[in-house]
Design a protein around this ligand. Structure first.
Ligand code: KG4
Ligand code: ZN
Length: 341
């Protein structure tokens, strides 16, 4: 049996988890910073890194306690070292290196986005038919992958502007609904009419696997506040039913685009199954739409959709089995370094 302690601090959640054999989650502790960032309606990097420093040791202790084990029982230390916010990443990476060095255990750096894909394996241990088409949709990413094994993950499409979760968060801000926007819009959409407003669906060109959500977000802004430069008076604030309809219509546009791109990716890359991870994979409307897919669709349990360390510890088990460990010179890699690589 391999028992891996995972650490996650790429963005605004400080998390630690103990996972046995890549799928058996013994503990999964997440200290959310949502309240700290809510008044800014988004993540403030400096606040995030300071909160990680305060949270990391209590979160690690709690993960070990809940797994009923001590540091001596741990076989390896995993950490998500890319991509993310530099100040945030450095806290988790430094903690992981310190533990690995002082315990003389292997250090395993994992890719946070690949870990979101791997989250479908947690508590299940059923390997999707490969090649699979992977979709990661979260606050920081909206991307499609050709997955031919957990070590063979190729990017085949990504957003050229906003991530879909970011669009949810910004639309929620436009509607005055608080942060994060995904869960509240998902809830409002339940009692709304998805065809009430025809928001744009950006498909880019006919074969593109890339996404664009900023036009949709701007369309919601103009719908709610009026189009700048037009002489007409701005519309009155939406009433409760109009809020439901805007949420449902926005969500319908997001889901339609995501499903269309998924289908394109399956056709172009002969996908045999679909793997979906990331915060937006918790979305009820998206899950209902995916349930009608003709291929097997793998989704993580809700608690592993948003950022967590169990997914990193799980993926690290696969790396360890292949002898893929990291040196103590493991780098923290930011979003922009990642894009330029
Ligand atoms: O994966 P995650 O925790 O962080 C990143 O790696 O970005 O995802 C957070 C994002 C936020 O934008 C949040 O609004 C969105 O996931 N989200 C949802 C839902 N739950 C969380 N979006 C749509 N529907 C949901 N139910
Ligand atoms: Zn994430």
């Amino acid at each position: 049996m391999s028992l891996i302690l995972g650490i996650e601090s790429t963005c605004d959640e400080t998390a630690a988890a103990v996972v046995a054999d890549g799928f058996d989650v013994r503990s999964n502790v997440v200290a959310s910073q949502v309240e700290l960032h809510a008044k800014y309606r988004g993540v403030v990097p400096e606040i995030a890194s300071r909160a990680h420093i305060e949270n990391i040791l209590p979160v690690l202790r709690e993960a070990l306690n809940r797994a009923a084990c001590g540091l001596a029982d741990i076989d390896a230390i995993a950490v998500a070292h890319r991509p993310g916010l530099i100040g945030s990443l450095l806290i988790g990476v430094t903690a992981a290196k310190t533990l690995a060095w002082s315990l003389s255990r292997p250090l395993i750096g994992v890719d946070h986005v690949h870990a979101h894909l791997y989250s479908v394996m947690l508590e299940r241990n059923e390997i999707p038919a490969m090649p699979a088409i992977g979709l990661v949709c979260s606050g920081g990413h909206t991307a499609l992958y050709h997955v031919n094994g957990w070590h063979d993950v190729q990017l085949i499409g990504s957003t050229i502007d906003d991530a879909v979760g970011e669009a949810y968060d910004k639309v929620a801000a436009i509607l005055g609904l608080g942060y994060p926007g995904g869960p509240v819009i998902d809830e409002l959409a339940r009692d709304g009419e998805p065809k009430a407003i025809r928001f744009p669906r950006s498909m880019l060109d006919r074969t593109s696997l890339d996404f664009s959500f900023s036009g949709l977000k701007t369309a919601v802004l103009y719908h709610v506040r009026g189009v700048p430069g037009r002489d007409t008076a701005p519309p009155p604030p939406p009433d409760q039913q109009q809020l439901h309809d805007i949420a449902a219509s926005f969500q319908a546009a997001c889901i339609e685009v995501i499903l269309a791109k998924l289908r394109r990716a399956i056709d172009q890359h002969q996908g045999r199954s679909v793997i979906v991870g990331g915060g937006v994979s918790a979305n009820r409307g998206l899950r209902e739409a995916l349930a009608t897919f003709d291929l097997p669709v793998f989704l993580p349990p809700l608690r592993y959709c948003t950022d967590n360390a169990a997914m990193s510890a799980g993926l690290a088990h696969v790396h360890l089995a292949q002898g893929l460990t990291s040196g103590l010179d493991l780098d923290a890699i930011t979003y922009s370094q990642f894009r330029d690589a």
